[in-house]
Design a protein around this ligand. Structure first.
Ligand code: FEO
Length: 392
């Protein structure tokens, strides 16, 4: 991809990654992603905001071939998918200074061995004149990592947000053209990257509310020419108001736990509760993470294996604990052969979740009619609790 003009003297550079299917060796990328950097040419100074993931460096450096000078590189976030090509840029423009928060400076030195003499650290709210354009640096901690900041271009009212408001989408469209598609990808991204820091992200949203933003240019995905769309979505997600939804990750070995899950799902649906069911043997964990954003209740379905939950169920519990959704209730269903401590093990894995545990339904072998009645009761209890809380 060649350098692309956003507005007069403001350009996109970067790489559209159509092929990657896993990020950080963890996060599924069903739609690929992009690594976005931005060039702002002021009347006196030229600034590059962020760079690209090192495997994309060749394409990126080729985009810079026609750019005679860069005075500053802004590093919004020290993670390598944005910072990993900074050293190559500094080698090409040895007079450039690297602007970051003090925390990012430390991380960039640790991760990329960038020499200290290149750095200028900025305070929250500090401005930098480029001549006819002015940058304002706004600390937005925990937009993935603790050191993060965003940059506001005052004259053009553009927010360069790096991971904030990002989405993993590979597209030849520079700007958002399909809000439905972007909403889904951005929610998945929020769940995977931002949800654990929901309260800090909420503070960051409040901070940004005082800025007149006409465009958001993120570090991944497409540019938002109508920022209200994504800001409204974020304001909802950070509130984390649970919906009348049960998220049901499950795994089954010999179909007994699956029978229980299917019966429970049917009973919940009959009682007006929405269900998101995930077979952990085949599921996309990004979809599971996304469902957790709105889940009032999690029910884990698992057989007992070697005296505890199936490892896939343990993985789901670990993930939910790490992502810290605002879930209120939790239960467990599943089948066992001769005994074990499945519920105790799972309950011990979720200290971050402030949930009320609803009595689990476990059964020996194939579920009997009595077990199915217990599952009906569990569905009724969940529906009742959701009603009492006013979840819709
Ligand atoms: Fe896109 Fe946290 O890096």
């Amino acid at each position: 991809m060649k350098i692309r003009k956003i507005k007069e003297k403001i350009s996109w550079l970067g790489s559209v990654d159509w092929d990657s299917r896993l990020f950080d060796s963890l996060i599924p990328l069903p739609d690929g992603t992009s690594y976005n950097a931005y060039l702002i040419e002021g009347s006196e100074k030229t600034v590059l905001i962020d760079t690209v993931d090192p495997p994309m460096a060749k394409e990126f450096m080729a985009q810079l071939e026609g750019i005679p000078k860069i005075d500053y590189i802004v590093s919004s976030h020290a993670e390598q998918d944005h910072s990993g090509t900074i050293m190559q840029v500094l080698k090409k423009y040895p007079g450039a200074k690297l602007i970051s928060t003090p925390k990012a400076r430390g991380l960039l030195i640790d991760l990329l061995s960038i020499p200290e003499n290149f750095f200028i650290t900025v305070e929250d709210g500090e401005t930098l004149s480029l001549g006819d354009k002015t940058l304002k640096f706004i600390y937005t901690p925990w937009v993935h990592w603790p050191e993060t900041m965003v940059t506001y271009l005052e004259e053009d009212k553009i927010l360069f947000s790096c991971d904030f408001f990002g989405s993993h989408i590979a597209s030849s469209d520079l700007f958002v053209t399909d809000q439905g598609r972007v909403y889904e990808a951005a929610k998945r991204y929020f769940a995977e990257i931002m949800m654990p820091f929901r309260s800090t992200i909420k503070k960051n949203m409040k901070k940004l509310a005082s800025f007149d933003i006409e465009m958001i240019a993120p570090g991944h995905g497409q540019i938002f020419p109508e920022p209200a769309f994504i800001m409204d979505a974020y304001n909802k997600w950070v509130e984390g108001a649970p919906k009348n939804t049960v998220v049901l990750p499950y795994v089954s070995m010999h179909k007994s736990s699956e029978l229980m899950v299917k019966h429970l799902v049917a009973a919940l649906v009959e009682k007006g509760v929405r269900v998101e069911q995930f077979n952990l043997a085949v599921t996309d964990i990004g979809k599971l993470a996304m469902a957790l954003v709105d889940a009032a209740t999690i029910v884990v379905g698992t057989p007992t294996i070697l005296a505890g939950p199936h490892p896939y169920a343990a993985y789901a519990a670990f993930l939910a604990n790490a992502l810290r959704p605002n879930t209120k209730f939790l239960s467990v269903v599943g089948s066992y052969g001769w005994g074990g401590k499945t519920v105790d093990v799972l309950a011990g894995m979720i200290p971050n979740l402030k949930v009320e545990v609803i009595d689990p339904v476990l059964c020996k072998g194939v579920p009997t009619q009595d077990v199915l009645r217990q599952l009906d009761d569990l569905a009724a209890t969940i529906a009742q609790k959701h009603r009492e809380q006013g979840y819709t």
